[in-house]
Design a protein around this ligand. Sequence first.
Ligand SMILES: [Zn+2]
Length: 416
Amino acid sequence: MRNIIIKNAKEIVTSTGFSKKAGEEMKNIGVIEDGSIIITDGIIEKVGKTKEILKDFDTEGYEVVDASGKSVLPGFVDSHTHFIFGGYREEEFNLRLQGATYMEIMKSGGGISGTVKATRDATKDELFELGKKRLDSMMEFGVTTVEGKSGYGLETDTEIKQLEVMVDLDKKHPVDIVRTYMGAHDIPVEYKGRTDEFIDYLIEDGLLKVKEKNLAEFCDIFTEENVFSIEQSRKLLSKARDMGFKLKMHADEIVQLGGAELAAELGVLSADHLLQASDKGLLAMRDSGVIATLLPGTAFSLKEDYARARYIIDNGGAVALATDYNPGSCYTNSIPLLIALGTIYMSMSIEEVITALTINGAAAVDREDTIGSIDVGKLGDIIILDAPSYKFLSYNIAVNLVKTVIKKGQIVFDKN
Ligand SMILES: [Zn+2]
């Protein structure tokens, strides 16, 4: 049954809207006090004050959830993750915290190459089981839609294996998955010193096969010094767009390379990381309507400075927040940690953080028409907090307050 009524909520944070919010608008989260929601066949049919919504409504055939004293929000959208991978890198992480050099880490078998080997070696069943557990964990944090990238094969067969695992998981797990092809995550040893040839290979082999099998909606690239240059990124992304892919970029994370400027030039949907992005680049992104997806968990994990959320928002830009869940630079899918970092270290208000995790996260995966807010006609993706106000999300630092998760009108997680 996908008919459900959530009634008597102390407050409903609707994040109302059908497009991304930028600048000042990010504060508007549309709170309704003493609210109720009616979901019919998995779709939100009504939302508003309890008295008005439930007046004369025949509740037969509906499961009724009493949300008295609780805060209700749209499900979170984690719009940037690398959650399908083999192997772990706990040695590397702990060595790095102890000050190990890059070379020492490489010698210990660390770095992305360790993940690439383990992912190439893993079977589809193994990746499926790992992915399922990870999706369960995301769901408990209130995530109802997640973006997942390939990028640990660096050769087409493994990239396709990662994407096919996500297709299976999407069918069998309540959390919806948006798939991104990221063959351009790094340069494999087989192509060392031949990056241009690798880009050609990605265009002629990777993009083509992924498109043929319709395995990904987005194409992404790690634009960075000593990885993919601006010129190489422009070439791959332009080609991907011609082939019908939507575009994302990892831009200006470590070095100010002009990734933000390229994102604006190409009009990609979102450019992510942006720790080193220039003022000019960020303003150009704003003017082109590119969403800045910021990943503070990674900055925290790597002890880097945070991306300039305040600068972007104060200048009228749109920010989304995501976990960047991956086995190397950020092995956490914790939404409560993300909220803490956004509010405490990036000086975002809790309202802006909620927008960044709901409607703007949805927009960053091109789903703002159907998810990311509690509006009539959208999917019934809802979370109920064990707290009377959304303000506890920042106040109760890094604690998971999610009590109930509803996906398309069905309770898929409930903590007693
Ligand atoms: Zn990433």
